[in-house]
Design a protein around this ligand. Sequence first.
Ligand code: NAD
Length: 354
Amino acid sequence: MKANIVTLPGDYIGPEIIAQAVRVLEAVAAKYGHEFAFDERKLGGASIDAFGVPLTDETLACCNAADAVLMGSVGGPKWDGVEAARRPEKGLLALRKGMGVFANLRPCTIHPQLAGACPLRADIVSQPIDIVIVRELTGDIYFGKRWRAEDRMAATDEMAYSAAEVERLARIGFEMAKKRRGKLCSVDKANVLECSRLWRETVARVSRDYPEVEVTNMYVDNAAMQLILRPSQFDVMITGNLFGDILSDESAAIAGSLGMMPSASLGVGTRGLYEPIHGSAPDIAGQDIANPLGTILSGALLLRYSLGLEEEAKAVERAVEQVLDEGYRTADIWHEGLEKVGCTRMGELVAQRI
Ligand code: NAD
């Protein structure tokens, strides 16, 4: 197949990790006979330096014309003094909004080779852990009305959801559960919040279209606890923006290594935005020591969700497992007895195993 992929390396380690993810996608194209055209554009601080704004209309238009967008990371101390409205992170928020992506997917799996990095007890992680958290991205308390008293001594943030916003997110979760182990856990705080009661009613209504998916509802406080006590019980979890922000970081801590975690942001249709969950790591930039695996695995999600290339996605995931099995590690996941490799070498090793 032919596909147009916009790459947005961004700042600090961004260009280093994106180069390796592109290398792996090129290996996939060569092996499986696809034609991937890469169009590299600037985002974040790199775009501020070149054009004065963190996202140009032209870049956004290219992203919206592409089949998928692969991003590195944005921001860093170089742009700390830039006024709030033009900061690098604003470019990412504007990109998500401009692309209409409203569901953020974060897979949480524990690579058996990295089980030592997981902070949970060995008997808890002896059961396979394979969770996808689907977080709503464009609603909730982050986008509601705000108020601060004149004397600055009181404040309000409004939480708001419409049934339509909940429904489109729920459908992504149900579709995903259908293709996986058929289990969906909806996380809310329906014992207290009206928004959560709307959430629960809407999920129940949507569930009638998916009789093959087993649905459970869980209060967010219990879900936070269950993720640590018995993470293997979960398949797909769907939740709102605020609860998802917290639970997805908790799940990243369970997986144990920031550099390994991919994410996908999807809207209506197949176009998506793919990025590792970590930031631009200014402390290690330019040294060729960053871990590119989170970005490479984001490339696997791109193949799966935007291009519908499941076999190719699995090939990338298998290649990563193989490299880990063979004992290669970047510095962030390295320990005595294993072979330490840099960012470029790690990318080469994965690409060779496609
Ligand atoms: P960070 O994720 O960049 O770094 C946290 C720690 O993890 C650092 O010690 C870093 O060296 C390490 N780390 C991160 N990614 C790694 C990788 N691939 N390989 C090896 N080590 C890795 O978080 P931070 O330091 O809080 O933020 C740095 C900058 O990134 C800030 O400007 C922040 O706003 C921005 N940020 C951007 C995004 C994004 O682009 N989506 C996300 C989070 C933070």
